[in-house]
Design a protein around this ligand. Structure first.
Ligand code: MN
Length: 497
């Protein structure tokens, strides 16, 4: 996040004279300095000279577009800024736009205010003029109203910044696919060209043999160092044949080192594997994948590149927040009346960032993929609010589906289940949430996050210009069906010519 910043653009015009414009610049500087010092903003705000004409605005936005460290712009009208002067600049803006509807003074100075004060402090109508032109131009944007010194306002700006950082990540994201998606599976397939146009995701294919070659080049010394790290980080499962255990763990360490090197060489921050395509591999990558997700890489199994990308996007958005994000799959239900639960897991690949306790490193057979017993981390997911999100390709557009959940501590121990798992109550309840998810066409794979809430994802979807459907508190099936139909009408009108 340190490499990114957000430009703060204050609009005005020449009409007010030098003294007033000098005040506007001083106020802007003070606001931005205090906002940056608040500790509530993950990205630095960069103050720009007060903008007074169409030419200045166009040039500034051209520079914002060209600056790779700029992840978006905040616009604020301290005084009245005629919005025709914004049309040229806004028409070339592709980066996220936040209209901060605030004003310099928190309160009306009833006793002292005169017309000079009134002429200087005009955000209430200046921001309406600006808002009008963004509505008229149909721009993707976020509006946050509130005094800039208020904690709630600052936190909302900070949250918007995280979504903007995820957009910057999205524009350059490379997802390495080892093999294609699982044969005959529908939801993991999709239009990769359209994904690149819409999200910026590049999803190149590589043969698994390329990874196998890389594995052969990993020095044994590096593998031994990594195994020492495993010993420090995890509890080793007791009662296993030690020689066999370390032989299997060694193989995963070799995969981890080769995978990371391969991803670095391809500037990739996400990847997918497929158990149907493991030529030359002794094990399905398990521990190796979990470790790389723990380091911030996106991943999804069975060639599910859309979810691999989404896991990376959520990891980027949630950097530094408590909780984590992981690849996930709805596995099996507990349908006891009044106590219904959804058990999420995968064959192996769940990220330890969502773990409740220190994970256990274990080796067990895997009944799929016809390979040796893979090493994996086993743990329970931490309790608390979380979400499961999926991006699907409907053929003519992408849809994000988000399900809000409450993860719980399992009332019973899993004595014989050798994989990481998470047990949650979907909101508003399992029956409604699962019916809604299926009606919306959400996939079986998801990106799970205990670090983020729905707002971050809805803002990201808004910035990317894709449909988003939220399932959570207050959802009813009737309302959701209507929403899906209205969305169909809206998005069907969104074609590129
Ligand atoms: Mn799966």
């Amino acid at each position: 996040m340190n490499a990114l910043n957000i430009w703060f653009l204050t609009g005005s015009q020449d009409l007010y004279g030098d003294d007033a414009l000098h005040q506007v610049a001083l106020h802007t500087k003070q606001m931005v300095e205090e906002l940056n010092a608040s500790g509530n903003l993950p990205l630095v705000l960069v103050v720009k000279p007060v903008l007074k004409s169409s030419a200045e605005i166009l040039k500034t936005i051209q520079h914002a577009e060209a600056d790779e460290s700029c992840a978006g712009v905040v616009c604020w009208m301290h005084t009245f800024s005629p919005a025709k002067t914004w049309i040229a600049g806004l028409s070339i803006l592709t980066k996220p736009l936040l209209q901060l509807h605030t004003q310099f003074n928190e309160r009306i100075p009833f006793d002292t205010m005169d017309m000079d004060f009134m002429n200087l402090n005009q955000s209430a109508h200046g921001d309406r003029e600006f808002g009008h032109i963004t509505a008229r131009m149909g721009l993707r944007r976020t509006v946050i109203a509130g005094h800039w010194s208020h904690e709630e306002t600052q936190q909302r700006i900070g949250r918007w910044m995280r979504s903007a950082a995820a957009v910057a990540e999205s524009r350059t994201l490379v997802v390495v696919r080892f093999g294609d998606n699982m044969r005959d599976v529908a939801v993991t397939d999709g239009d990769k060209v359209e994904a690149m146009i819409q999200f910026g995701w590049s999803v190149p294919y590589f043969g698994i043999g390329d990874l196998v070659d890389m594995m052969a080049s990993i020095p044994n010394g590096d593998i031994n160092l990594l195994i020492d790290e495993y010993r420090h980080s995890y509890t080793l499962k007791e009662g296993m044949d030690e020689a066999f255990f370390f032989q299997q763990v060694t193989e995963q360490a070799r995969i981890e080192l080769a995978l990371e090197k391969f991803l670095q060489q391809n500037n990739a921050m996400a990847f997918s594997t497929n158990f149907q395509d493991l030529h030359g591999m002794k094990q399905l990558p398990g521990l190796a994948v979990q470790r790389l997700m723990g380091k911030g890489y996106g991943f999804a199994g069975e060639g599910d590149w859309k979810i691999a990308a989404l896991v990376r996007i959520l990891k980027r958005m949630g950097e530094g927040l408590s909780g984590g994000s992981s690849f996930m799959e709805d596995y099996t239900y507990h349908l006891e009346k009044g106590a219904m639960l959804d058990l999420g897991a995968h064959m192996l690949e769940v990220c330890p960032s969502i773990s409740k306790d220190r994970p256990t490193l274990e080796v067990h057979p895997l009944g799929i993929g016809e390979r040796e017993d893979p090493a994996r981390l086993v743990f329970d997911g931490a309790a608390g609010p979380a979400l499961c999100a999926s991006i699907i390709d409907l053929g003519h557009r992408f849809r994000m589906v988000i399900s809000e959940v409450e993860t719980i501590d399992s009332p019973h121990a899993f004595k014989r289940l050798p994989v990481a798992r998470v047990l949650w109550k979907p909101l508003p309840d399992l029956i409604t949430a699962s019916e809604a998810w299926i009606l919306a066409g959400g996939g079986h794979h998801t990106a799970y996050s205990s670090a983020l809430d729905t707002d971050y994802l809805l803002t990201y979807a808004e910035m990317m210009g894709i449909e988003a459907v939220r399932i959570g508190k207050g959802t009813s099936i009737h309302q959701l069906r209507s929403e899906l139909r209205w969305n169909e009408a809206y998005w069907s009108g969104h074609t590129r010519v």
